[in-house]
Design a binder for this molecule. Structure first.
Ligand SMILES: NC(=O)c1ccc[n+]([C@@H]2O[C@H](COP(=O)([O-])OP(=O)(O)OC[C@H]3O[C@@H](n4cnc5c(N)ncnc54)[C@H](OP(=O)(O)O)[C@@H]3O)[C@@H](O)[C@H]2O)c1
Length: 304
């Protein structure tokens, strides 16, 4: 109904050129062969003409019969022909030769490009699998999962889904430490922010399957999933709140604690730090002043 497609010859320009060159080559060789046969017959004729028919019997050069020189001269021409066919025009002329060389170079470059691409892909895969194996065999070595928290003397951390104090130097420290890193948090802590913090990757944990978040915020359904997601980060931070801290204590390698030297009324608390597991490695005191209603200390703990 719609007609049949015509069977178009699939010989492309390159194939046509190769066929034409092959034909030229065959012609050249045929001509050389004919020359050779004529040379043999001609030489035989010279010999017979001289010896049997006696043509130029007395014509000698340096006591050598003339036909020997004639045959040698012809042989020289024949050799030149051979040279022409097999050496000078071995590749059917300079243009053809250059053309073939260009093609060869292009093919080689293509091959090198493909090899390079393959090499880069393999390198990336090897690197990725090495990182993955390292994480599996030793999670501590892979990254430094760090809890960052501000807690009162009674471990109070929040009330009515908000912080209990405002300490600007503590916020500055939080910003400096977490800048550029993954920050892992519970859904309630995320909702306590007016908006996502700049220059950090937010990983929000919730049991809800269709929890809606702004673009660039990552939603996961467990702490383990959050840690897995943050594995490429050398130091992902767990930033709260109470529920998530409790679960992260067994997995973290480091705690950056701001101990606020006051006891607070709260509904959310940080777990007790077990000093048989955690070793204090630094402690810096910050006194109370006009901007800071309470004195506090920046304390770093590392897992023993
Ligand atoms: N002082 C500080 O340094 C600090 C830091 C951060 C927060 N805070 C304070 O802490 C309080 C919030 O802490 P919070 O304990 O109430 O809440 P949260 O830990 O921030 O979030 C709890 C929510 O996380 C989700 N979740 C917890 N465990 C999960 C699990 N295993 N799998 C899946 N989802 C899980 C649940 O979300 P769904 O209900 O959606 O399933 C749960 O309701 C606020 O007052 C905040 O201001 C203080």
């Amino acid at each position: 109904m719609f007609g049949k497609k015509k069977n178009i010859s699939q010989i492309d320009a390159e194939q046509l050129e190769l066929i034409q060159n092959a034909q030229r080559r065959i012609k050249q060789k045929k001509r050389l062969y004919t020359h050779f046969v004529i040379f043999l017959i001609g030489s035989l004729f010279f010999i017979l003409a001289n010896i049997i028919l006696g043509i130029g019997k007395d014509f000698k050069i340096f006591e050598i019969d003339w036909f020997v020189f004639a045959i040698l001269a012809w042989l020289f021409i024949l050799l030149y022909h051979v040279f022409n066919v097999f050496i000078t025009h071995k590749f059917l002329g300079k243009d053809w030769e250059k053309n073939q060389l260009d093609k060869l170079v292009a093919q080689q470059q293509q091959r090198i490009g493909k090899l390079k691409e393959k090499f880069v892909k393999e390198e990336t895969l090897v690197a990725q699998s090495e990182v993955y194996n390292e994480i599996l065999s030793n999670p501590k070595k892979a990254n430094e999962l760090t809890i960052i928290v501000a807690a009162g003397e009674n471990n109070a951390i929040g009330k009515d889904n908000a912080l209990i104090w405002h300490l600007s130097d503590d916020l500055k420290r939080f910003k400096t430490l977490t800048n550029g890193h993954h920050i892992i948090m519970g859904r309630k802590t995320f909702e306590s922010f007016p908006k996502p913090l700049p220059n950090r990757i937010h990983v929000v944990i919730t049991r809800q399957k269709d929890y809606q978040v702004p673009n660039d915020v990552i939603v996961v359904n467990s702490l383990e999933e959050a840690i897995t997601y943050s594995r490429k980060d050398v130091q992902p931070f767990v930033i709260g709140g109470g529920e998530i801290y409790k679960q992260a204590m067994a997995l973290a390698n480091k705690i950056e604690l701001t101990r606020v030297h006051e006891t607070f009324d709260a509904d959310t608390f940080f777990p007790e730090i077990d000093t048989s597991i955690w070793k204090e490695t630094s402690n810096r005191f910050h006194k109370k002043d006009n901007e800071h209603k309470y004195s506090f200390s920046f304390i770093t703990y590392k897992r023993i």
